[in-house]
Each structure stands twice: as structure tokens, then as C-alpha cells.
Design a protein around this ligand. Structure first.
Ligand code: NDP
Length: 296
């Protein structure tokens, strides 16, 4: 059975739109997401446009700041710090990838972590690993939301995550572990990948290798989450890391590409932005949150 990420993302955005209206009624101001786009890479331009469209649906004011490819790291950091200091900005997103001359980690560390809607700031990453309140990375958050929304049990099951990027593989493996799955993480050095993936009750694949996971690499009844997005050079269509035609007949649930994880990543970005906004207008006061908002 397909997990319809597009439909779930639509429901989440409608629910968020109600929460935004309530927030505006309480605070007298709308949420604002500032997106920094450096250069004019066509994929980045298209991702930013998708995020701006979602903001309109939810009632978030979107400000896209376009900066030239030639910008220096200091100039980019100055722009981030300007947005950090702007009380009308609730979320800041720096669209990746950045030009090669800019040091990504150093730059992202300058974000105010309370406005870090991508969940990439070191304080958010550290808080996630320590089970403290944090802004969770969007794609992993979207994956967990999809599993829970479909009533898929995580606790006690064997989850295999293929890929260990800081964007997807690492954080989703931690989130599955926190929900009491037994987690195996596979990567490019894993010998006999099929022997590992065949053990999975829940298989999350985030590698960027089109159709690498074949039918004989999954067990009957497995839940399959396909994060990969690549363009098929022949058809120009988007394809996942999982060979859908072979795997879907064996899977109890599977996320299609497109229409699975992709829309959920954007919905999670909207959730993170609204969460940051609501925290901004009405700060939480629990102890963990205090430690977190003050920094470690
Ligand atoms: P990265 O390139 O950062 O990481 C890829 C990971 O896959 C690495 O850990 C690598 O292992 C592993 N890997 C590569 N080849 C193999 C292989 N043959 N067998 C086992 N493991 C392998 O990718 P991302 O995590 O950023 O993205 C992965 C895919 O997900 C891409 O297609 C990307 O476009 C897509 N994506 C989709 C999103 C969405 O919203 N749908 C959001 C984010 C990403 P090693 O560590 O050993 O190098």
C-alpha cells in the first residue's frame, strides 16, 4: 500500500493554517520565514519556490533574500545576523548547497538556533542526540510523522536505515531508536547490503542511488520509506533509491517517489516554522526548554 505523503502534507498544512490564525489573533503578527538563496542554481531556485508556495498555504510570510554567488562568507554571516536580530523573523533557512568558497558548517552555526527551521544548528543537533527539546531536521521528522500517521508500529521492530548523512540517515536512525526500534545503519562500506536490508521490518533508504534496492533485498511485509530523489537520465522523471515496481508488491507500506517523503519534508519545514513562531510569541517555560534556549 502506498503511503500518500502528498495528502498527509496537505492535512498538516491545513492544520497549521488554523494554528497560525490563532497565533496571529493572540500576538497581532504573522509568522515570517526568511529564506537565503545564494546564487541561481536551478534546483535550489525550484526548492525555494516550493517552500514559498507552502508558506502561502499555511499563512506564513515568506521573504526570499537572493544573494550573489560571489558573496563572501563574512557578508553572508552578516545577513544571517541581521535576520537573527529581526524580531519579526521567526525562521531562517539557508538554502543548500552553498558555493564552494563558503564554509557551510561555520556559516550555519551563526544562525540563532531558535530560528533554525532546518534543524542543522549544532545546538539543535546536540539537543536531538540528548533527547532534549529541539528543532528536528525536516526530512527525518516527516518520515516519523508518516509512520505514526499510518499507525505503523515502530517499537520493538527492526529498522534498517541505509545512508548515514547528517541530513537524513543519522537523525532518522536516532529518532527511530528513541521510539524503541532496534536500528541498524548501513552505508557504502556495508558488505552484502541485501543480507542487512532483508532483516528490516522498517527500511529507510536515503542514498541517492536510483533503484539500488531491488525486490530480492526486502522481506515480505516490510515497510519501505524511499527518501532518494534522482532524475532518470532517459525519461527525465524523478525516481527513488528503491525499485518501486519490484519492491511494492512485497511491501506492506511503501512511499512513492514522487509524492512520498518529498512533500512531507516541506510540511515538516512548515511545522518547524510554526513551532518556532509559537515559541517566539509565547515562550515555553519548562526546565529543559530553558536550558536549551539559553544554550549549553
Ligand atoms: P548523501 O550523499 O549525503 O549520503 C548518502 C549516503 O548513502 C551516505 O551515507 C553513503 O554512505 C550512502 N551510500 C551511498 N551509496 C551507497 C550504497 N551503494 N550502498 C549503501 N550506502 C550507500 O545523501 P543525502 O542523505 O543527503 O540524500 C540521499 C538521497 O535522498 C538523495 O537522493 C537526496 O536527493 C534525497 N533527499 C531527499 C529528500 C526529500 O525530501 N525527499 C531530502 C533529502 C535528501 P557513506 O557514508 O559510506 O558515504
Amino acid at each position: 500500500m502506498d503511503i500518500d505523503g502528498k495528502a498527509l502534507a496537505g492535512r498538516i498544512k491545513r492544520d497549521l493554517a488554523k494554528r497560525v490564525k490563532e497565533g496571529i489573533a493572540r500576538s497581532g503578527r504573522e509568522p515570517q520565514l526568511a529564506v537565503i538563496l545564494v546564487g541561481d542554481d536551478p534546483s535550489s531556485v525550484s526548492y525555494v519556490a516550493g517552500k514559498a508556495k507552502a508558506c502561502v498555504e499555511v499563512g506564513i510570510r515568506n521573504t526570499t533574500i537572493r544573494l550573489p554567488e560571489s558573496i563572501t562568507q563574512d557578508e553572508l554571516i552578516a545577513e544571517i545576523e541581521r535576520l537573527n536580530a529581526d524580531p519579526a523573523v521567526d525562521g531562517i533557512l539557508v538554502q543548500l548547497p552553498l558555493p564552494r568558497h563558503i564554509r557551510k558548517r561555520q556559516t550555519l552555526a551563526h544562525l540563532d538556533h531558535r530560528k533554525d527551521v532546518d534543524g542543522f544548528h549544532p545546538l539543535n543537533v546536540a539537543a536531538m542526540w540528548q533527547k532534549l527539546p529541539c528543532v528536528e531536521a525536516c526530512t527525518p521528522r516527516g518520515i516519523i510523522t508518516m509512520l505514526l500517521d499510518n499507525g505503523i508500529r515502530i517499537e520493538g521492530r527492526h529498522a534498517v536505515v541505509v545512508g548515514r548523512s547528517s541530513l537524513v540517515g543519522y537523525p532518522v536512525s536516532k529518532m527511530l531508536l528513541d521510539r524503541n526500534a532496534t536500528v541498524t545503519v548501513a552505508h557504502s562500506h556495508t558488505p552484502d547490503l541485501g543480507a542487512i536490508t532483508r532483516q528490516a521490518d522498517i527500511l529507510v533508504v536515503a542514498i541517492g542511488q536510483p533503484h539500488l534496492i531491488k525486490g530480492d533485498m526486502v522481506k515480505e511485509g516490510c515497510v519501505v520509506v524511499d527518501v532518494g530523489i534522482s532524475r532518470d537520465p532517459e525519461t527525465g522523471k524523478y525516481v527513488g533509491d528503491v525499485d518501486y515496481a519490484e519492491v511494492a508488491p512485497k511491501a506492506s507500506y511503501i512511499t512513492p517517489v514522487p509524492g512520498g517523503v518529498g512533500p512531507m519534508t516541506i510540511a515538516s519545514l512548515m511545522q518547524n516554522t510554526v513551532d518556532c513562531y509559537l515559541d517566539h510569541i509565547d515562550p515555553r517555560t519548562d526546565d529543559d526548554r530553558d536550558i536549551y534556549t539559553q544554550g549549553f
